[in-house]
Design a protein around this ligand. Structure first.
Ligand code: SF4
Length: 293
């Protein structure tokens, strides 16, 4: 099966391999600060699903440090400024707009990517991001995880599907690229539920620009860990996960950029699935299966 991989798409678009620099906007999340709740999504570790970044520094410094770290290993020259952790359009809107403009202004930055919740996208922010997208590509990454309302409530996502739908269409009308995140293996969901989420995403018009498919990871200290210990549920095997990913890839509109189809959770706090630890083996297996499909 041919898929439009992130790395290939970036080479086509920017003429070379590009890397994400994880940035911190110093945001929190309404699902953690008490606005909607304090516990967060059941699967979310306290780091807000974050990666490494240099949160204490001003944006140009974060970019410089990230660039040095990545360039030292890869020789990369172009980067995507990636606000990954927490809800990056939540908080003082003027301050955030300034941060986003700072990122776009950096010469080595070829695109800005902002992960957020669909219930934290004011119209004025969408308009502002549309303005920035005239300078360089702007992507908004929305964590849907599932289209199933019962699962979403059980996971304490704290927004309904129509909220996602509304935000998605406002972003697309404004000309902003949208990347949707989904999670496979959520407790209570079987394959038909996951396919239903894929069907929902696949029918969106205009079509999604990209997708990140994640395997559910049970992390230490999360509500999900407690739930798993009290009422263990089936964790997808690598083979089951891969089969479902392939079925989902088949359903997506042609050209959808596949930003990722596996995850490498923080090893120190990853409880299950243990097969995620062997990132190389998982990637090799999945790539072989996708090529054969
Ligand atoms: S919305 Fe994101 S940052 Fe907030 S609790 Fe859920 S996963 Fe964590």
């Amino acid at each position: 099966m041919e898929i439009n991989r992130f790395s290939d798409e970036m080479k086509r678009r920017f003429g070379e391999k590009v890397y994400r620099i994880p940035l911190s906007a110093g945001c929190t999340c309404p699902n953690r600060d008490g606005t909607l709740g304090t516990g967060g999504c059941a699967f979310c570790s306290g780091s807000g699903s974050g990666d490494f970044s240099f949160p204490m520094f001003p944006i140009p410094e974060q970019i410089r440090k990230g660039r040095e770290l990545i360039s030292g290993k890869t020789g990369a020259k172009k980067f995507i400024g990636y606000f990954q952790s927490y809800t990056n359009t939540y908080g003082d809107q003027d301050r955030l707009k300034e941060l986003f403009r700072e990122v776009i202004s950096e010469p080595e930055i070829c695109a800005l990517s902002i992960a957020t919740r669909p219930d934290c996208l004011e119209d004025s922010m969408v308009e502002y991001l549309a303005e920035l997208s005239d300078i360089k590509p702007v992507w908004v990454e929305l964590g849907l995880q599932t289209s199933n309302s019962a699962t979403a409530r059980a996971m304490n996502r704290c927004y309904e599907l129509d909220v996602f739908d509304d935000a998605y269409h406002r972003l697309k009308r404004a000309g902003i690229e949208v990347i949707v995140h989904i999670i496979l293996g959520l407790p209570g969901e079987d394959e038909s539920d996951m396919m239903e989420t894929a069907r929902y995403i696949a029918q969106l018009q205009p079509a999604i620009d990209g997708i990140k498919i994640h395997m559910l990871q049970i992390l230490k200290g999360t509500a999900l860990e407690k739930q798993y210990r009290e009422r263990p549920f089936h964790v997808l095997t690598m083979e089951e996960y891969t089969d479902i990913v392939i079925k989902i890839l088949r359903m997506l509109p042609a050209g959808t950029v596949i930003h990722r189809f596996t995850g490498d959770g923080p090893k120190k706090i990853l409880i299950e699935p243990q097969w995620c630890w062997e990132k190389k083996k998982v990637l090799n297996y999945m790539n072989r299966q996708i090529a054969k499909a």
